[in-house]
Design a protein around this ligand. Structure first.
Ligand code: SF4
Length: 506
Protein backbone atom coordinates (compact mmCIF):
# COMPACT_ATOMS: atom_id res chain seq x y z
CA UNK A 1 0.00 0.00 0.00
CA UNK A 2 1.34 3.43 -0.90
CA UNK A 3 0.78 6.22 1.58
CA UNK A 4 0.09 9.62 0.03
CA UNK A 5 1.70 11.97 2.51
CA UNK A 6 0.79 15.01 0.46
CA UNK A 7 -2.88 14.24 0.96
CA UNK A 8 -2.46 12.89 4.48
CA UNK A 9 -0.43 15.60 6.22
CA UNK A 10 -1.11 19.29 5.93
CA UNK A 11 1.94 21.14 7.15
CA UNK A 12 -0.12 24.14 8.21
CA UNK A 13 -1.99 21.85 10.60
CA UNK A 14 1.00 20.20 12.27
CA UNK A 15 1.14 20.90 16.02
CA UNK A 16 4.88 21.21 16.78
CA UNK A 17 4.31 21.27 20.55
CA UNK A 18 2.40 18.00 20.82
CA UNK A 19 4.92 15.40 19.74
CA UNK A 20 8.38 14.62 21.05
CA UNK A 21 11.04 14.81 18.33
CA UNK A 22 10.59 11.65 16.27
CA UNK A 23 11.48 10.01 12.97
CA UNK A 24 9.15 7.93 10.83
CA UNK A 25 9.16 5.33 8.08
CA UNK A 26 6.39 3.56 6.19
CA UNK A 27 6.58 -0.23 6.23
CA UNK A 28 3.93 -2.15 4.31
CA UNK A 29 1.38 0.62 4.82
CA UNK A 30 1.99 1.07 8.57
CA UNK A 31 3.84 4.12 9.85
CA UNK A 32 6.71 3.26 12.18
CA UNK A 33 7.70 6.12 14.49
CA UNK A 34 10.80 6.17 16.73
CA UNK A 35 12.41 8.64 19.10
CA UNK A 36 15.93 9.29 20.39
CA UNK A 37 15.11 7.45 23.62
CA UNK A 38 14.84 4.16 21.73
CA UNK A 39 11.03 3.85 21.78
CA UNK A 40 8.96 2.94 18.75
CA UNK A 41 5.31 2.45 17.78
CA UNK A 42 3.34 1.46 14.70
CA UNK A 43 0.48 3.73 13.66
CA UNK A 44 -2.06 3.60 10.89
CA UNK A 45 -1.76 6.50 8.42
CA UNK A 46 -4.84 8.13 9.98
CA UNK A 47 -3.43 7.73 13.51
CA UNK A 48 -0.17 9.24 12.29
CA UNK A 49 -2.01 12.26 10.84
CA UNK A 50 -3.88 12.81 14.11
CA UNK A 51 -0.60 12.41 16.05
CA UNK A 52 1.35 15.05 14.10
CA UNK A 53 -1.64 17.40 14.10
CA UNK A 54 -1.96 17.03 17.90
CA UNK A 55 -5.55 15.85 17.66
CA UNK A 56 -5.27 12.83 19.96
CA UNK A 57 -7.26 13.35 23.19
CA UNK A 58 -6.17 12.04 26.66
CA UNK A 59 -9.16 9.71 26.97
CA UNK A 60 -8.30 7.79 23.79
CA UNK A 61 -6.41 4.46 23.75
CA UNK A 62 -4.12 5.97 21.10
CA UNK A 63 -3.11 8.69 23.58
CA UNK A 64 -2.11 6.07 26.17
CA UNK A 65 -0.13 4.17 23.54
CA UNK A 66 1.77 7.30 22.49
CA UNK A 67 2.26 8.46 26.09
CA UNK A 68 3.60 5.07 27.23
CA UNK A 69 6.08 5.08 24.35
CA UNK A 70 7.16 8.64 25.19
CA UNK A 71 5.92 10.39 22.08
CA UNK A 72 3.82 13.10 23.76
CA UNK A 73 5.94 16.05 24.84
CA UNK A 74 3.89 17.22 27.82
CA UNK A 75 3.89 13.71 29.33
CA UNK A 76 7.67 13.36 29.45
CA UNK A 77 9.39 13.02 32.82
CA UNK A 78 12.70 14.60 31.80
CA UNK A 79 14.67 13.34 34.82
CA UNK A 80 13.51 9.74 34.33
CA UNK A 81 14.23 9.85 30.62
CA UNK A 82 17.70 11.26 31.27
CA UNK A 83 18.40 8.18 33.39
CA UNK A 84 17.19 5.89 30.57
CA UNK A 85 19.25 7.75 27.99
CA UNK A 86 22.35 7.61 30.18
CA UNK A 87 21.89 3.85 30.64
CA UNK A 88 21.49 3.30 26.89
CA UNK A 89 24.64 5.31 26.20
CA UNK A 90 26.54 3.89 29.17
CA UNK A 91 29.36 2.71 26.90
CA UNK A 92 30.39 6.35 26.42
CA UNK A 93 31.64 6.43 29.99
CA UNK A 94 34.23 3.74 29.27
CA UNK A 95 37.27 3.32 27.06
CA UNK A 96 37.90 0.44 24.65
CA UNK A 97 36.65 -2.93 25.86
CA UNK A 98 37.89 -5.12 23.00
CA UNK A 99 41.66 -5.40 22.47
CA UNK A 100 42.47 -7.53 19.42
CA UNK A 101 46.08 -8.69 19.48
CA UNK A 102 47.32 -9.96 16.14
CA UNK A 103 49.90 -12.52 17.21
CA UNK A 104 51.10 -13.35 13.69
CA UNK A 105 50.18 -12.95 10.05
CA UNK A 106 51.10 -16.58 9.38
CA UNK A 107 48.41 -19.12 8.57
CA UNK A 108 48.28 -22.65 7.19
CA UNK A 109 44.82 -22.24 5.61
CA UNK A 110 44.24 -20.59 2.25
CA UNK A 111 40.68 -19.43 2.72
CA UNK A 112 39.38 -17.80 -0.43
CA UNK A 113 37.72 -14.90 1.37
CA UNK A 114 40.42 -14.44 3.98
CA UNK A 115 40.03 -11.07 5.67
CA UNK A 116 43.40 -10.95 7.29
CA UNK A 117 45.91 -10.66 4.45
CA UNK A 118 47.92 -13.61 5.74
CA UNK A 119 51.38 -14.92 4.84
CA UNK A 120 52.88 -18.45 4.69
CA UNK A 121 53.90 -20.39 7.77
CA UNK A 122 57.59 -19.73 7.21
CA UNK A 123 57.26 -15.98 7.76
CA UNK A 124 58.05 -15.93 11.47
CA UNK A 125 59.18 -12.33 10.98
CA UNK A 126 55.48 -11.41 11.10
CA UNK A 127 55.10 -12.76 14.67
CA UNK A 128 54.44 -10.43 17.58
CA UNK A 129 57.45 -10.40 19.91
CA UNK A 130 57.24 -10.88 23.67
CA UNK A 131 58.36 -7.27 24.12
CA UNK A 132 55.59 -5.84 21.91
CA UNK A 133 53.08 -8.19 23.54
CA UNK A 134 53.95 -6.94 27.04
CA UNK A 135 53.54 -3.32 25.96
CA UNK A 136 50.22 -4.15 24.27
CA UNK A 137 48.96 -5.74 27.49
CA UNK A 138 50.08 -2.70 29.50
CA UNK A 139 48.15 -0.49 27.12
CA UNK A 140 45.07 -2.70 27.16
CA UNK A 141 44.98 -2.69 30.96
CA UNK A 142 45.23 1.11 30.88
CA UNK A 143 41.75 1.33 29.41
CA UNK A 144 39.32 3.40 31.44
CA UNK A 145 36.80 0.59 31.03
CA UNK A 146 36.30 -1.56 34.13
CA UNK A 147 36.11 -4.66 31.89
CA UNK A 148 37.97 -5.73 28.77
CA UNK A 149 38.58 -8.69 26.51
CA UNK A 150 41.96 -9.49 25.00
CA UNK A 151 41.22 -11.33 21.76
CA UNK A 152 43.92 -13.35 19.99
CA UNK A 153 43.76 -12.83 16.24
CA UNK A 154 45.89 -13.71 13.21
CA UNK A 155 46.75 -15.23 10.79
CA UNK A 156 46.41 -18.27 12.95
CA UNK A 157 47.27 -16.95 16.43
CA UNK A 158 48.20 -20.35 17.86
CA UNK A 159 51.13 -20.40 15.38
CA UNK A 160 52.75 -17.95 17.84
CA UNK A 161 51.95 -20.01 20.92
CA UNK A 162 54.82 -18.65 23.00
CA UNK A 163 53.49 -15.09 22.75
CA UNK A 164 49.92 -16.22 23.36
CA UNK A 165 50.83 -17.95 26.63
CA UNK A 166 53.02 -15.02 27.63
CA UNK A 167 50.15 -12.58 27.16
CA UNK A 168 47.79 -14.69 29.26
CA UNK A 169 50.26 -15.02 32.13
CA UNK A 170 51.55 -11.45 31.94
CA UNK A 171 48.03 -9.97 31.78
CA UNK A 172 46.91 -12.08 34.76
CA UNK A 173 49.89 -10.83 36.74
CA UNK A 174 49.44 -7.17 35.76
CA UNK A 175 45.74 -7.40 36.48
CA UNK A 176 46.50 -8.02 40.15
CA UNK A 177 47.16 -4.29 40.17
CA UNK A 178 44.82 -3.09 37.39
CA UNK A 179 41.93 -5.17 38.82
CA UNK A 180 39.77 -5.19 35.72
CA UNK A 181 37.10 -7.67 34.71
CA UNK A 182 39.50 -9.31 32.30
CA UNK A 183 38.70 -12.08 29.82
CA UNK A 184 40.51 -13.71 26.90
CA UNK A 185 39.18 -14.97 23.58
CA UNK A 186 40.99 -16.96 20.90
CA UNK A 187 39.94 -17.02 17.24
CA UNK A 188 41.44 -20.22 15.83
CA UNK A 189 41.10 -22.67 12.94
CA UNK A 190 42.06 -25.50 15.36
CA UNK A 191 44.70 -26.86 12.96
CA UNK A 192 47.50 -26.45 15.55
CA UNK A 193 45.44 -27.45 18.57
CA UNK A 194 46.72 -30.22 20.83
CA UNK A 195 45.46 -31.71 24.09
CA UNK A 196 48.18 -29.87 25.96
CA UNK A 197 47.25 -26.54 24.41
CA UNK A 198 43.58 -27.10 25.09
CA UNK A 199 44.42 -27.82 28.74
CA UNK A 200 46.20 -24.46 28.94
CA UNK A 201 43.27 -22.62 27.34
CA UNK A 202 40.69 -24.30 29.58
CA UNK A 203 42.76 -23.83 32.75
CA UNK A 204 43.23 -20.16 31.95
CA UNK A 205 39.60 -19.62 30.94
CA UNK A 206 40.34 -18.55 27.39
CA UNK A 207 37.11 -18.53 25.39
CA UNK A 208 37.46 -20.27 22.01
CA UNK A 209 35.94 -19.04 18.74
CA UNK A 210 36.31 -20.43 15.22
CA UNK A 211 34.98 -20.28 11.67
CA UNK A 212 32.52 -22.88 10.46
CA UNK A 213 30.96 -22.21 7.10
CA UNK A 214 28.31 -24.91 7.28
CA UNK A 215 28.30 -28.45 5.88
CA UNK A 216 31.53 -30.25 4.98
CA UNK A 217 31.56 -29.64 1.22
CA UNK A 218 30.80 -25.93 1.58
CA UNK A 219 33.34 -25.35 4.35
CA UNK A 220 36.18 -27.28 2.69
CA UNK A 221 35.58 -25.71 -0.72
CA UNK A 222 36.28 -22.24 0.65
CA UNK A 223 38.58 -22.96 3.59
CA UNK A 224 41.38 -24.69 1.77
CA UNK A 225 43.73 -26.64 4.05
CA UNK A 226 46.47 -28.78 2.57
CA UNK A 227 47.17 -30.41 5.95
CA UNK A 228 43.84 -32.26 6.14
CA UNK A 229 40.06 -31.94 6.28
CA UNK A 230 39.38 -28.51 7.78
CA UNK A 231 35.70 -29.22 8.46
CA UNK A 232 36.38 -32.52 10.21
CA UNK A 233 39.09 -30.92 12.29
CA UNK A 234 36.90 -27.99 13.26
CA UNK A 235 33.76 -29.94 14.13
CA UNK A 236 35.76 -32.57 16.07
CA UNK A 237 37.41 -29.91 18.21
CA UNK A 238 34.15 -28.00 18.72
CA UNK A 239 32.60 -31.17 20.15
CA UNK A 240 35.64 -31.90 22.31
CA UNK A 241 35.79 -28.40 23.76
CA UNK A 242 32.05 -28.37 24.39
CA UNK A 243 32.35 -31.71 26.17
CA UNK A 244 35.13 -30.32 28.37
CA UNK A 245 32.79 -27.52 29.46
CA UNK A 246 30.07 -30.06 30.28
CA UNK A 247 32.59 -32.18 32.23
CA UNK A 248 33.49 -29.09 34.24
CA UNK A 249 29.84 -28.69 35.20
CA UNK A 250 29.32 -25.56 33.12
CA UNK A 251 25.90 -24.81 31.64
CA UNK A 252 26.00 -26.20 28.07
CA UNK A 253 23.43 -23.60 27.06
CA UNK A 254 25.86 -20.83 27.89
CA UNK A 255 29.37 -22.23 27.49
CA UNK A 256 30.44 -23.63 24.14
CA UNK A 257 32.71 -22.80 21.22
CA UNK A 258 31.50 -19.70 19.38
CA UNK A 259 31.53 -20.53 15.65
CA UNK A 260 30.98 -18.03 12.85
CA UNK A 261 30.12 -18.66 9.20
CA UNK A 262 31.09 -16.36 6.35
CA UNK A 263 28.48 -16.30 3.62
CA UNK A 264 29.73 -16.75 0.06
CA UNK A 265 27.88 -17.19 -3.25
CA UNK A 266 27.77 -20.95 -2.73
CA UNK A 267 26.11 -20.45 0.69
CA UNK A 268 23.08 -18.65 -0.67
CA UNK A 269 21.05 -21.77 -1.43
CA UNK A 270 22.43 -23.68 1.57
CA UNK A 271 20.72 -21.77 4.40
CA UNK A 272 19.11 -24.93 5.80
CA UNK A 273 22.34 -26.96 5.65
CA UNK A 274 24.27 -24.17 7.39
CA UNK A 275 21.79 -23.84 10.24
CA UNK A 276 21.43 -27.62 10.59
CA UNK A 277 25.22 -28.02 10.80
CA UNK A 278 25.40 -25.47 13.61
CA UNK A 279 22.62 -27.22 15.50
CA UNK A 280 24.33 -30.61 14.99
CA UNK A 281 27.58 -29.44 16.65
CA UNK A 282 25.71 -27.98 19.61
CA UNK A 283 25.81 -24.29 18.67
CA UNK A 284 23.07 -22.06 19.99
CA UNK A 285 23.84 -19.12 17.72
CA UNK A 286 24.53 -18.59 14.02
CA UNK A 287 25.89 -15.20 12.97
CA UNK A 288 25.02 -14.83 9.28
CA UNK A 289 27.70 -12.39 8.15
CA UNK A 290 27.92 -10.90 4.71
CA UNK A 291 31.31 -10.96 2.99
CA UNK A 292 33.15 -7.78 3.87
CA UNK A 293 35.48 -5.79 1.63
CA UNK A 294 38.68 -6.25 3.64
CA UNK A 295 41.75 -8.34 2.87
CA UNK A 296 41.67 -10.75 -0.01
CA UNK A 297 37.91 -10.78 -0.25
CA UNK A 298 37.92 -7.74 -2.54
CA UNK A 299 40.10 -9.49 -5.12
CA UNK A 300 37.84 -12.54 -5.16
CA UNK A 301 34.55 -10.67 -4.88
CA UNK A 302 33.48 -11.53 -8.41
CA UNK A 303 33.80 -15.22 -7.70
CA UNK A 304 32.42 -15.35 -4.16
CA UNK A 305 30.28 -12.22 -3.98
CA UNK A 306 26.58 -11.54 -4.50
CA UNK A 307 24.19 -8.64 -4.50
CA UNK A 308 22.72 -7.19 -1.35
CA UNK A 309 19.28 -8.34 -2.49
CA UNK A 310 20.56 -11.92 -2.84
CA UNK A 311 22.06 -11.76 0.63
CA UNK A 312 18.91 -10.35 2.20
CA UNK A 313 16.73 -13.01 0.61
CA UNK A 314 19.11 -15.66 1.96
CA UNK A 315 19.15 -13.98 5.37
CA UNK A 316 15.38 -13.69 5.72
CA UNK A 317 14.81 -17.29 4.63
CA UNK A 318 17.44 -18.53 7.09
CA UNK A 319 16.02 -16.50 9.99
CA UNK A 320 12.50 -17.74 9.23
CA UNK A 321 13.86 -21.28 9.33
CA UNK A 322 15.62 -20.60 12.65
CA UNK A 323 12.38 -19.24 14.13
CA UNK A 324 10.59 -22.36 12.90
CA UNK A 325 13.20 -24.57 14.60
CA UNK A 326 12.66 -22.65 17.84
CA UNK A 327 8.94 -23.30 17.59
CA UNK A 328 9.81 -27.01 17.40
CA UNK A 329 11.86 -26.71 20.61
CA UNK A 330 15.37 -26.24 19.13
CA UNK A 331 17.05 -23.34 20.91
CA UNK A 332 19.16 -21.55 18.33
CA UNK A 333 19.32 -17.86 17.45
CA UNK A 334 20.60 -15.68 14.62
CA UNK A 335 23.11 -13.39 16.27
CA UNK A 336 22.62 -10.28 14.12
CA UNK A 337 18.86 -10.40 14.65
CA UNK A 338 19.36 -10.98 18.38
CA UNK A 339 21.62 -7.91 18.66
CA UNK A 340 19.20 -5.70 16.77
CA UNK A 341 16.19 -6.97 18.70
CA UNK A 342 18.05 -6.36 21.97
CA UNK A 343 18.57 -2.77 20.98
CA UNK A 344 14.90 -2.36 20.04
CA UNK A 345 13.30 -4.28 22.90
CA UNK A 346 15.64 -3.85 25.85
CA UNK A 347 16.49 -0.82 27.93
CA UNK A 348 20.26 -1.25 27.78
CA UNK A 349 22.48 -1.36 24.71
CA UNK A 350 24.32 -4.67 24.08
CA UNK A 351 27.37 -2.59 23.04
CA UNK A 352 27.91 -4.42 19.79
CA UNK A 353 30.74 -2.29 18.42
CA UNK A 354 29.70 -2.30 14.75
CA UNK A 355 26.20 -1.14 15.55
CA UNK A 356 26.25 1.72 17.96
CA UNK A 357 26.53 5.48 17.74
CA UNK A 358 29.20 6.73 18.05
CA UNK A 359 30.83 3.61 16.60
CA UNK A 360 33.39 1.39 18.24
CA UNK A 361 36.52 2.55 16.39
CA UNK A 362 39.19 3.19 19.07
CA UNK A 363 36.76 4.24 21.80
CA UNK A 364 35.28 0.73 21.85
CA UNK A 365 38.05 -1.43 20.40
CA UNK A 366 41.66 -1.30 19.29
CA UNK A 367 43.83 -3.74 17.37
CA UNK A 368 47.53 -4.32 17.99
CA UNK A 369 49.62 -5.20 14.95
CA UNK A 370 52.55 -7.62 15.49
CA UNK A 371 55.00 -4.73 14.91
CA UNK A 372 53.44 -2.64 17.68
CA UNK A 373 51.27 -0.30 15.64
CA UNK A 374 47.85 0.33 17.16
CA UNK A 375 44.85 0.47 14.84
CA UNK A 376 41.28 1.69 15.23
CA UNK A 377 39.91 -1.86 14.99
CA UNK A 378 40.63 -5.21 13.39
CA UNK A 379 39.17 -3.82 10.14
CA UNK A 380 41.46 -0.78 10.43
CA UNK A 381 44.37 -3.16 10.82
CA UNK A 382 43.28 -5.01 7.66
CA UNK A 383 43.29 -1.73 5.74
CA UNK A 384 46.80 -1.23 7.15
CA UNK A 385 47.79 -4.65 5.81
CA UNK A 386 46.92 -3.28 2.35
CA UNK A 387 49.63 -0.60 2.74
CA UNK A 388 47.27 2.16 3.90
CA UNK A 389 47.87 3.37 7.45
CA UNK A 390 44.95 5.78 7.67
CA UNK A 391 43.55 3.85 10.65
CA UNK A 392 46.85 3.56 12.52
CA UNK A 393 46.26 5.64 15.63
CA UNK A 394 49.57 5.12 17.41
CA UNK A 395 52.12 2.63 18.70
CA UNK A 396 52.47 0.57 21.87
CA UNK A 397 55.46 2.77 22.81
CA UNK A 398 53.06 5.70 23.29
CA UNK A 399 50.80 6.24 26.25
CA UNK A 400 47.16 5.21 26.23
CA UNK A 401 46.14 8.84 26.79
CA UNK A 402 48.19 10.07 23.81
CA UNK A 403 46.48 7.60 21.52
CA UNK A 404 42.93 8.16 22.74
CA UNK A 405 43.29 11.94 22.44
CA UNK A 406 44.62 11.84 18.87
CA UNK A 407 43.11 13.73 15.94
CA UNK A 408 42.32 10.52 14.04
CA UNK A 409 40.31 9.27 16.99
CA UNK A 410 38.27 12.46 17.11
CA UNK A 411 37.59 12.24 13.38
CA UNK A 412 36.49 8.60 13.67
CA UNK A 413 34.14 9.35 16.56
CA UNK A 414 32.57 12.21 14.63
CA UNK A 415 32.26 10.17 11.42
CA UNK A 416 30.63 7.28 13.26
CA UNK A 417 27.97 9.34 15.00
CA UNK A 418 24.61 8.94 13.29
CA UNK A 419 23.49 12.46 14.21
CA UNK A 420 26.46 13.84 12.24
CA UNK A 421 25.68 11.75 9.15
CA UNK A 422 23.41 13.55 6.65
CA UNK A 423 21.98 10.19 5.58
CA UNK A 424 21.30 8.99 9.11
CA UNK A 425 20.15 12.04 11.02
CA UNK A 426 16.52 11.66 9.94
CA UNK A 427 16.52 7.85 9.69
CA UNK A 428 14.05 5.97 11.87
CA UNK A 429 16.72 3.43 12.76
CA UNK A 430 19.45 5.86 13.79
CA UNK A 431 18.98 5.25 17.51
CA UNK A 432 19.74 1.52 17.09
CA UNK A 433 22.04 1.59 14.06
CA UNK A 434 25.74 2.40 13.73
CA UNK A 435 28.57 3.25 11.42
CA UNK A 436 31.91 1.65 10.68
CA UNK A 437 34.23 4.37 9.25
CA UNK A 438 36.65 1.67 8.04
CA UNK A 439 33.90 0.15 5.88
CA UNK A 440 32.90 3.57 4.55
CA UNK A 441 36.51 4.33 3.67
CA UNK A 442 37.13 0.98 2.02
CA UNK A 443 33.97 1.04 -0.08
CA UNK A 444 33.43 4.75 -0.70
CA UNK A 445 36.78 6.42 -0.09
CA UNK A 446 35.71 8.53 2.89
CA UNK A 447 35.33 7.73 6.58
CA UNK A 448 31.92 9.47 6.43
CA UNK A 449 30.67 7.56 3.42
CA UNK A 450 27.40 8.33 1.65
CA UNK A 451 24.51 6.43 3.15
CA UNK A 452 22.30 6.99 0.10
CA UNK A 453 24.37 4.47 -1.86
CA UNK A 454 26.06 2.54 0.94
CA UNK A 455 25.67 -1.24 1.09
CA UNK A 456 26.23 -1.04 4.84
CA UNK A 457 23.17 1.17 5.15
CA UNK A 458 21.08 -0.94 2.77
CA UNK A 459 21.85 -4.10 4.68
CA UNK A 460 20.86 -2.57 7.99
CA UNK A 461 17.72 -0.95 6.63
CA UNK A 462 16.62 -4.25 5.08
CA UNK A 463 17.21 -6.18 8.29
CA UNK A 464 15.62 -3.55 10.53
CA UNK A 465 12.55 -3.48 8.22
CA UNK A 466 12.39 -7.28 8.32
CA UNK A 467 12.59 -7.40 12.11
CA UNK A 468 10.15 -4.54 12.60
CA UNK A 469 7.59 -6.33 10.45
CA UNK A 470 8.15 -9.44 12.55
CA UNK A 471 7.65 -7.46 15.77
CA UNK A 472 4.47 -5.84 14.52
CA UNK A 473 2.94 -9.17 13.57
CA UNK A 474 4.59 -11.51 16.07
CA UNK A 475 2.38 -13.97 17.90
CA UNK A 476 3.00 -14.72 21.60
CA UNK A 477 5.20 -17.71 20.73
CA UNK A 478 7.46 -15.59 18.52
CA UNK A 479 7.62 -12.85 21.14
CA UNK A 480 8.73 -15.46 23.66
CA UNK A 481 11.45 -16.61 21.24
CA UNK A 482 12.63 -13.02 20.76
CA UNK A 483 12.60 -12.53 24.52
CA UNK A 484 14.92 -15.53 24.89
CA UNK A 485 17.20 -14.27 22.12
CA UNK A 486 17.53 -10.91 23.84
CA UNK A 487 18.07 -12.19 27.37
CA UNK A 488 21.68 -11.41 28.12
CA UNK A 489 23.29 -14.05 30.34
CA UNK A 490 26.78 -13.19 31.55
CA UNK A 491 29.51 -15.75 30.96
CA UNK A 492 31.10 -15.21 34.35
CA UNK A 493 33.27 -18.30 34.06
CA UNK A 494 35.41 -16.57 31.42
CA UNK A 495 36.17 -13.59 33.68
CA UNK A 496 39.61 -13.91 35.26
CA UNK A 497 39.65 -14.12 39.01
CA UNK A 498 41.59 -11.40 40.76
CA UNK A 499 42.92 -12.51 44.10
CA UNK A 500 41.81 -10.33 46.95
CA UNK A 501 44.49 -7.94 48.04
CA UNK A 502 45.02 -8.26 51.80
CA UNK A 503 43.36 -5.40 53.64
CA UNK A 504 45.53 -3.47 56.11
CA UNK A 505 44.87 -4.35 59.74
CA UNK A 506 42.39 -2.04 61.47
S1 SF4 B 1 23.24 3.56 8.25
FE1 SF4 B 1 21.31 3.63 7.10
S2 SF4 B 1 19.88 2.41 8.34
FE2 SF4 B 1 21.61 2.96 9.65
S3 SF4 B 1 20.96 4.90 10.64
FE3 SF4 B 1 22.14 5.44 8.81
S4 SF4 B 1 20.57 5.76 7.24
FE4 SF4 B 1 19.62 4.57 8.89
Amino acid sequence: MTVDYGAMIRLDKVDPGFAMPFTHRVIDGAVLIANDLGDHAFLTPEEFRRFVEGEVKPDEPLYAKLRDKRFIAREIDVAAEAVRFRRRKGFLAYGPTLHAMVLTERCNHGCQYCHSSVVGMGRTDTDMSIEVASKAVDMALSTTSPWLTIEFQGGEPTANWETLTHIVKYAQERNLVARKELSFALVTNFSLMTDERLDFLIENKVQICCSLDGPEDLHNKIRIYKGGNSWQLTTDWIRRVNQRYVDMGLDSGLYRVEALPTITRDSLTRWKDIVDTYVSVGSRAVFLRKLDPFGFAEATARKLGYTMEEFIEFYMTAVDYIIELNKQGVEVMERHAAIMLSKILRESDPNYLDLRTPGGAVIGQVAYHPDGRVFSSDEGRMVGAMQDDIFAVGHVDQSYQDILRGDTVRALVFASTNDSQPGCVSCTYKVWCGQQPEYNYKTQGSIFGRMADSNWCRKHKYIFDFLMKKLERADPVELEIFDRWTTNRRQDHFVQEVEQVAQPAA
